[in-house]
Design a protein around this ligand. Structure first.
Ligand code: NOJ
Length: 565
């Protein structure tokens, strides 16, 4: 028999180990399943120009966002990603940053930011900022110095090269926004490189001073209470130092440039080292890194998670947005692929660069049902969803109809083939009043006529609205272990109309059935083999319901149910 003193020692040791484990978990913020806060959070992208305008100058601002935190909390949002709100000449509406450590006066001040951060914290909402890592504005003091002389302190912070000859840029690379990616600067007789607009010169990430300065920017914001960053345009961080020409394909794009294969100016392996560095700083701050990663397949997506998940926790899976039709087969394929990826999936169906999901998937007649269907899909999958403001009320893409109304510069240079991105950036539709409650001043982009039929105030009163459905499904998602933690298993994989799957956590299993067709569907599931007899509805649209192992789905109907023995 162990002596009493040894028993005390054993007990004390076990208790200490228990405390240490708890402390480790708490410091990592992981739950009992090892999941971190961002794996259970619902993210929501806010385009600050268009969300809520507190000073009625026609442009949204930080105080406007603060005033809507109750709404966001009630909707079921845990983290907001704010598109760039830093000082900027606004050539690319904030994606041309002239000071990484401040707020553009158009959006408010650092005091307003601190107020937003502290109010958001009270609401249990985290803040994610948009970090434009690839380039700065040409008005940033680094670039102003860089262009001043060949020997300037910041010369090597950007990419300067001699032309091939008089009037000839260093190589054939084109800007993704049209024209050559090189701009000649007569002061120093060299060209600088810009993957986007000429006003957005690319930073030289091969220069360790640039890297350090950019890492410090993240530290600066972490100290101010930020929980992570969405990293802009990570694919383009590095380019071939030998400036090989890109291969050319037949045809021209909307800007009249020859199609180029971005072989030497995107996705260079060096990007991963930079991401590992940013991740190290993020880990020291319990923060998340979301990546704007335009991957061609899951193998490329896996590269962004990094070996042992030491790069981006949430590279965005845009492959999902390439399934532009209601095709169960295509979604099945895509979900299976991302589910087998080496990191946690991140789902996006709309953002400020992509036409809104409401009309990308909508058929023009059943768009509200289809909006609910899409919510039923991406909010019940294993992974973290990133919503886009207005998606929850069924906002529609409203592109300009006249060139003179276009605000996005790529819409002006590419008109009419490329109308720009104004259509997906229109003001949030809060109510039926003039300017949809966004502002009493003239909004920077016109409020779409659909504000009369799709707005927060009206939809909040209607239990059948798109908003009401989003709230229901988000509430379920936050409380249901199978949806939060469960594995994904596809069902009835040959069904051409209905996409269905199970989410299973221990003995708790949720069935999701989504009718992607315009006709009623009756689907039988072989549940008895798994020991279940039926499903109890948790969230469903209209008359969609289960009876035994048969689920009846109305056109574009959604059924989410708990399996019962
Ligand atoms: C991606 C952003 O999402 C887009 O809006 C912007 O124009 C480019 N990066 C350049 O920063």
């Amino acid at each position: 028999m162990p002596r009493k003193s040894s028993l005390i020692l054993i007990f004390a040791f076990s208790f200490l180990s228990f405390l240490t484990a708890c402390a480790q978990n708490a410091s990592k913020n992981v739950d009992s399943e090892g999941h971190q806060w961002w794996q259970h959070a619902v993210f929501y992208e806010i385009y600050p120009r268009s969300f809520a305008d507190s000073n009625n100058d026609g442009v949204g601002d930080l105080k406007g966002i603060t005033s809507k935190l109750d709404y966001l909390k009630d909707l079921g949002v845990d983290a907001i990603w704010i598109s760039p709100c830093f000082p900027s000449p606004q050539v690319d509406f904030g994606y041309d940053v002239s000071d990484y450590e401040n707020i553009d006066p158009m959006y408010g001040s650092l005091t307003d930011f601190d107020m937003l951060a502290s109010e958001a914290k009270k609401h249990g909402i985290r803040i994610i900022l948009d970090f434009v890592v690839n380039h700065s504005s040409d008005q940033h003091k680094w670039f102003v110095d860089s262009k001043s002389s060949r020997t300037a302190e910041h010369r090597d912070w950007y990419i300067w090269r001699d032309g091939k000859g008089p009037g000839q840029p260093p190589n054939n690379w084109t800007s993704t926004f049209g024209g050559s990616a090189w701009k000649f600067d007569p002061t120093t007789n060299q060209y600088y490189y810009h993957f986007f607009y000429a006003e957005q010169p690319d930073l030289n990430w091969r220069n360790p001073a640039v890297k350090d300065a950019m890492f410090d920017v993240t530290r600066w914001w972490y100290k101010r209470g930020v929980s992570g960053f969405r990293l802009d345009a990570v694919d383009t961080l590095f380019e071939d130092p030998n400036l090989h020409d890109n291969p050319i394909r037949p045809g021209t794009n909307a800007f009249g440039d020859a199609f180029e294969e971005n072989k030497y100016d995107t996705k260079l392996p060096e990007v991963h080292e930079a991401l590992r560095g940013l991740r190290k700083v993020a880990d020291e701050n319990n923060a998340v890194l979301i990546g704007e990663t335009w991957t061609a397949d899951i193998a490329e997506l896996n590269l962004y998670y990094g070996h042992g998940n030491n790069e981006l926790q949430m590279p965005m899976d845009f492959l999902f947005t390439t399934v532009n039709k209601l095709s169960p087969a295509d979604f099945r394929k895509q979900i299976a692929a991302v589910d087998s990826a080496s990191g946690w999936p991140t789902f996006v169906i709309s953002n400020h660069d992509i036409a809104r999901s409401y009309d990308r998937y909508g058929d023009g007649q059943h768009n509200d049902q289809i909006a609910k269907l899409m919510a039923g899909l991406y909010l019940t999958l294993r992974g973290t969803p990133i919503m886009y403001y207005g998606e929850e009320i069924g906002m529609k893409t409203t592109p300009p109809t006249r060139k003179e109304d276009v605000k996005d510069p790529i819409g002006r240079t590419g008109w009419p083939k490329e109308k720009g991105r104004d259509g997906e950036r229109t003001p949030m539709q809060w109510d039926e009043s003039e300017n949809a409650g966004f502002s009493t001043g003239a909004p920077w982009l016109a409020v779409p006529p659909t504000a009369k039929t799709h707005n927060v105030a009206d939809e909040a009163k209607d239990p059948e609205s798109v908003l009401a459905f989003y709230k229901k499904i988000l509430k379920l998602r936050h409380t249901n272990k199978a949806l939060l933690e469960g594995t994904y298993a596809p069902l009835n994989e040959n069904d051409q109309n209905v996409l269905s799957y199970l989410r299973a956590y221990k003995d708790q299993i949720v069935l999701v059935a989504l009718n992607m067709s315009g006709a009623e569907q009756k689907v039988s599931f072989d549940l008895s083999r798994k020991g279940f007899a039926s499903a109890r509805s948790l969230v469903a649209t209209g008359q969609s319901a289960a009876n035994g192992n048969v689920v009846t789905l109305e056109p574009y109907g959604v059924f989410v149910g708990q399996l019962l023995k």
